[in-house]
Design a binder for this molecule. Structure first.
Ligand code: GLP
Length: 240
């Protein structure tokens, strides 16, 4: 793991966007994946700005979303799909060659899972996977106890995630499951960039980066990734 401690959120965001852009410059037909949540807002905006300033050409690249709340569609408040649309798609002056956003409200969620696998199978493996970290160490919705060998799957949300999720959509939705790329697909990415900011992430980040590799802290698996960057602000890095 290469740990990059940035002075603040803005620097973390720019650094992660730049690392993602390098992957696309290396392979114009790259498959890229960004997470949803609070952490990546600045990174995604910085990336869109780089595209618009023609610092990186995404016209041949593909995009796939990391995860989604089961039951939420791409237009529901707090969904990862809406995050992608508002923070990425709507900001881009030129689109990706193709995009696959997970529809958590699909009638046949197993079919949706298959479609996610098929997209990654067809256009992958991922050239770059940007990830946030949950308060319990989850990656996407790979919750504690997850099987590291899984591809895309549907998984019950942990109690920690259920407590945290109200910050995205209050009491409006009560999802019980998440749909997510699996650890197998994340570990197959040519480059992984884990981003985290704020003092509230310091403890779980320490467990993920310095602790034992265990599915109790899913992000710890990244210690075994050959090309993983951990890009964090000073507050999140406090215990490293
Ligand atoms: C969410 C998502 C993850 C995200 C993580 C951290 O539940 N499933 O993809 O990376 O939790 O979110 P945040 O950046 O808001 O702390």
């Amino acid at each position: 793991m290469q740990i990059i401690v940035c002075k603040d959120y803005e620097e973390m965001s720019r650094k992660a966007a730049e690392l993602a852009a390098v992957s696309i410059r290396d392979n114009p037909e790259a498959l890229v994946s960004f997470p949803g949540g609070d952490t990546p807002v600045g990174m995604v905006h910085a990336f869109a700005e780089m595209v618009n300033e023609e610092k990186v050409d995404i016209s041949k690249a593909s995009y796939v979303s990391l995860d989604e709340w089961v039951g939420l569609s791409n237009s529901d408040e707090g969904s990862c799909g809406l995050f992608n649309r508002e923070n990425l798609i709507n900001r881009l002056h030129k689109p990706f060659a193709r995009m696959h956003l997970i529809n958590g409200a699909a009638e046949d969620i197993q079919q949706e899972r298959k479609a996610l696998d098929e997209f990654i199978q067809t256009y992958g493996p991922l050239d770059v996977s940007v990830l946030g970290i949950g308060m319990n160490g989850h990656l996407g919705f790979n919750e504690d106890g997850v099987d590291f060998n899984l591809n895309a799957h549907i998984i019950p949300l942990s109690e920690t995630t259920k407590q945290v999720m109200t910050k995205y959509f209050g009491e409006k939705f009560h999802p019980e499951y998440g749909i997510s790329q699996g650890i197998r697909q994340i570990m197959a990415a040519k480059k992984v960039i884990l981003i985290a900011n704020g003092a509230h992430k310091a403890e779980i980040l320490k467990l993920a980066v310095k602790g034992e590799v265990t599915n109790r802290v899913p992000a710890s698996v990244l210690q075994n990734h050959p090309n993983c960057y951990v890009v964090v602000d000073q507050a999140a890095a406090a215990m490293l």
